[in-house]
Design a protein. Structure first.
Lengths: 277, 265
């Protein structure tokens, strides 16, 4: 069942001439891991901001867990269901102490004090930052800050968590921390995860991959299918995984190989099998 | 280096003064300041000094730290002292000079008053974390909400400003390095030149601060922030027995000083 559904969504930023979203149709299934890939200015952040009613469509509709985002009095109902994590970890932490920051959202929702404590501890444990609960955020590394930001939204107990380029400002170590945290939240916690990114490697583990360009959805489907369309990816100026690239080149040399093997082991096995023939 | 600066410096500890509720401490500081301004004679000054010393001992704050904080005030202290010596009527110390014994006494009292005033407030900020302080302030001022004073917004702004000081200092550091790399010179030249050289730092800093504010607002909205109404707190403040005792002692202290003032000692 889809928990977020976009129907013919059009959106133009005030003062802009070009449309940022040009008739987007998208279904996001409950409990799935969806990755949105695209270049800067492709409309992927605009798409993300429609998911928790920070932006509302000019025409068309966005329905989140049965609530239309244009119903103004239900904005907070949507936002408590959709947790949003942004690019710059510094600009989304509000408090001087980690646990106070995580408590911010439940405090806003009017949750009783004892339950806030419970939620904060649970959220911090889920992202592996419990030992840092009394630290000052500005002394943490980028990856740690971003995990605190994730804890800050899961303390709302949302159904969906949307991450808008959460790794863009992080080093490889921090990037790995963040991606493995959200993957775990999805696979073990049953949360729906939408990951906006321009790093192709972060999309490999997703259930569904959406490629955006100039406000249009160019392709949507399983990552292995999308990456197999090497020509389309090249046209969009996006990289494909090394395995796909290798298989693609070998195919051009006349070997009969499937392009969808993203895993290195499977890729090697496929090449070995083709060589035997 | 710049990273370690914290405003309203706080020295963590576990003394009775640290454990007091921030509201108690805020009230006591106000009481202390009122009491200090009632002091007229030497006995009352001695009483306030004694009380201050007692609090310092109880809170394990080293006098060194207090003196460090007093340094920037040195100029004002010296100036008030000098003015008082020369401009008070009375018996001259050296005939022909405008220095009087009365003036000397008065300037010593003035110095004491300023030093004690600063020491008292330092004891508050040294023993109370900034968050506890803003929380306490919000709760103390909450009756003002009835007359539409935006207490919650003001205290939230305060705590957020404190949160962003290290971030902005770090940013200033970065911008300074970037401008130095392009040949900017902050160290030499006359005062005016150096002030002008700060412009290429301030402009980018302001631009980025506004951008940050914008992003922060969106992030706060995403986390369902909609003002102080219906908000709960994770950490609630509780008045304990020692808070009541401290407040009673504070009240007695104030009464004592009023009595001393009455007798002019």
């Amino acid at each position: 069942m889809s928990i977020i559904s976009f129907k013919q969504v059009h959106f133009t930023y005030p003062g802009d001439e070009l449309e940022s979203l040009c008739g987007v149709d998208l279904e996001i299934d409950e409990g799935s891991f969806v990755a949105v890939l695209g270049h800067n200015g492709s409309g992927k952040s605009t798409l993300a901001k429609h998911m928790n009613a920070i932006l509302t469509p000019d025409s068309g509709s966005v329905v989140v867990d049965g609530i239309d985002s244009r119903e103004e009095d239900k904005v907070f109902e949507i936002r408590r269901r959709v947790g949003m994590v942004f690019q710059n970890p510094d600009n989304q932490l509000v408090a001087n102490v980690v646990e106070d920051d995580v408590a911010f959202a439940p405090e806003n929702l009017g949750v009783p004090s004892a339950e806030i404590r419970e939620r904060v501890d649970e959220a911090l444990k889920q992202v592996g930052m419990y030992e840092y609960r009394t630290h000052a955020p500005h002394l943490l590394s980028g990856g740690q800050k971003q995990r605190v930001a994730i804890a800050g939204v899961i303390a709302m107990r949302p159904k969906i968590i949307v991450l808008d380029e959460p790794t863009a400002m992080l080093d490889p170590q921090g990037r790995h921390e963040v991606i493995s945290t959200v993957t775990r939240l999805c696979r073990e916690g049953g949360m729906t995860v939408v990951l906006i990114t321009h790093h192709m490697e972060e999309c490999i583990g997703a259930d569904k991959l959406v490629v955006m360009s100039n406000g249009y959805i160019k392709a949507a489907g399983k990552p292995s299918e999308i990456f197999s369309d090497v020509e389309m990816m090249a046209r969009e100026g996006l990289a494909v995984p090394e395995t796909t690239k290798l298989l693609y080149e070998l195919r051009h040399c006349g070997y009969d190989l499937p392009l969808g093997e993203l895993d290195e082991k499977n890729c090697a096995a496929a090449i070995a099998a083709a060589k035997k023939q | 280096m710049l990273k370690d600066i914290t405003l309203g410096q706080y020295f963590p500890g576990d003394t009775i003064v640290h454990r007091l509720d921030p509201r108690t401490k805020l009230i006591l500081v106000v009481v202390y300041i009122i009491a200090l301004f009632q002091a007229k004679g030497w006995v009352s000054y001695a009483a306030v000094t004694l009380a201050t010393a007692l609090c310092m001992i109880l809170s394990h704050i080293r006098p060194k730290n207090i003196f460090k904080g007093l340094k920037p005030m040195l100029f004002i202290i010296v100036l008030t002292a000098l003015l008082n010596i020369f401009y008070t009527e009375g018996r001259e110390i050296i005939p022909g000079w405008h220095m009087t014994w009365e003036g000397l006494a008065r300037s010593v009292q003035m110095i004491l008053r300023i030093v004690l005033l600063i020491t008292g407030t330092f004891l508050l900020t040294y023993t109370t974390s900034p968050i506890a302080l803003t929380d306490g302030l919000e709760m103390l001022l909450s009756p003002l909400k009835k007359i539409k004073v935006p207490v919650h917004e003001m205290t939230l702004m305060m705590s957020m400003a404190l949160r962003f000081i290290p971030t902005l200092i770090e940013e200033t550091d970065k911008i300074m390095s970037a401008q130095k790399a392009r040949g900017a010179d902050f160290e030499t030249g006359r005062l005016i030149d150096r002030a002008k050289a700060l412009l290429p730092i301030l402009v980018p800093l302001f631009v980025s601060a506004f951008r940050r504010a914008d992003e922060l607002a969106v992030a706060m909205e995403s986390r369902c922030y909609h003002g102080g109404e219906g908000r709960t707190r994770m950490k609630t403040l509780h008045f304990a027995a020692h808070d009541w005792i401290a407040l009673i002692l504070g009240a007695l202290f104030l009464t004592g000083l009023f009595v001393m003032k009455h007798y002019g000692i």
